[in-house]
Design a protein around this ligand. Structure first.
Ligand SMILES: C[S@@+](CC[C@H](N)C(=O)[O-])C[C@H]1O[C@@H](n2cnc3c(N)ncnc32)[C@H](O)[C@@H]1O
Length: 264
């Protein structure tokens, strides 16, 4: 069967947590180690309670719960929340995710460290939503606690990467993923990306096609936003290699950046 023979559905990839998890779950250990290393190095006081806005399938929450941390998360997608809660239950932990919009939410508890590692923040399409998010996170995190915010920036001295492909396999399930740029509007800072999952099992091959709409940030736009929230001090920056001993300096050529923000 050729790729063009595949049965195609136009659906949100986030409505398919099982495939999403296989495609994006590979880097879990590196992310978990990095989150905990940042907590140890940059947070003041003890770190016991962790929070993830846009937690998706809960892949990071459950890994951190297994290490003894109390975890919680929110996500806009009910299927992702249900998947995350089911996974927590199966691991013997309390259900800890609930549906909420990360641009405007409050939590009853205060958490020590929060993380948002793979670009989910760019799903917020306006400055108002982005500021609302940083301020909501300020309410959620205690003083001296951290917010680790991972963002794919738009470089201003180099051309941004336009396509990406990768594959993931678990048992009889294989998912080939391709992502490409549809358009970038410099004025509105809204970018659209096509993404498809080609899913192969012994009994069926099919394709999910989706369009991701993301807001773009250059390094100065991101710095301005963080300052405008008046909640966070940026104490360090890293790239997506997650090497705790190799911080990076954010410059005009940088693409993948994790901001280590500490609550004032
Ligand atoms: C790229 S996934 C990341 C999931 C998870 N953080 C991870 O690392 O696997 C982006 C997630 O953001 C969620 N999302 C998008 N907009 C949101 C919003 N306004 N509030 C909360 N979650 C949102 C989507 O439902 C999706 O689960």
């Amino acid at each position: 069967m050729t790729a063009t023979d595949l049965e195609v559905v136009q659906e949100s990839i986030y409505d398919h947590p099982k495939y999403y998890d296989l495609v994006f779950g590979a880097d879990c250990a590196a992310e978990v180690n990095f989150i905990l290393a940042c907590a140890k190095r940059y947070a003041t006081g003890k770190v016991r309670k962790l929070f993830e806005p846009a937690c998706g399938t809960g892949r990071l929450l459950v890994s951190l719960a297994k290490q003894g941390y109390e975890v919680a998360g929110i996500d806009l997608n009910p299927k992702a929340v249900a998947f995350s809660n089911q996974r927590m239950r199966r691991g013997g932990f309390p259900e800890s995710a609930w549906e909420a919009d990360m641009s405007d939410f409050t939590t009853r508890k205060r958490y020590d460290v929060a993380f948002n590692t793979i670009n989910s923040f760019r799903h917020l399409h306006t400055e108002k939503q982005a500021l609302g998010h940083l301020r909501s996170m300020g309410q959620c995190i205690r003083k001296g606690g951290l917010y680790l915010l991972g963002v794919h920036l738009t470089p201003t001295t180099a051309n941004p990467s336009e396509t990406e492909s990768w594959s993931a396999r678990r048992g009889n399930l294989a998912v080939n993923t391709h992502m490409w740029t549809i358009d970038r509007n410099k004025r509105t800072r809204i970018e659209r990306f096509g993404i498809r999952f080609d899913i192969h099992t012994p009994s069926r091959s099919w394709r999910i096609e989706d369009v991701l709409v993301l807001r773009s940030y250059t390094a100065p736009q991101m710095a301005k936003l963080i300052a405008a929230a008046e909640v966070w001090e940026c104490v360090e920056t890293f790239d997506f290699h997650y090497e705790i001993d190799e911080p990076v300096e954010v410059d005009a050529a940088c693409e993948d950046v994790v901001y280590v923000l500490r609550k004032r």
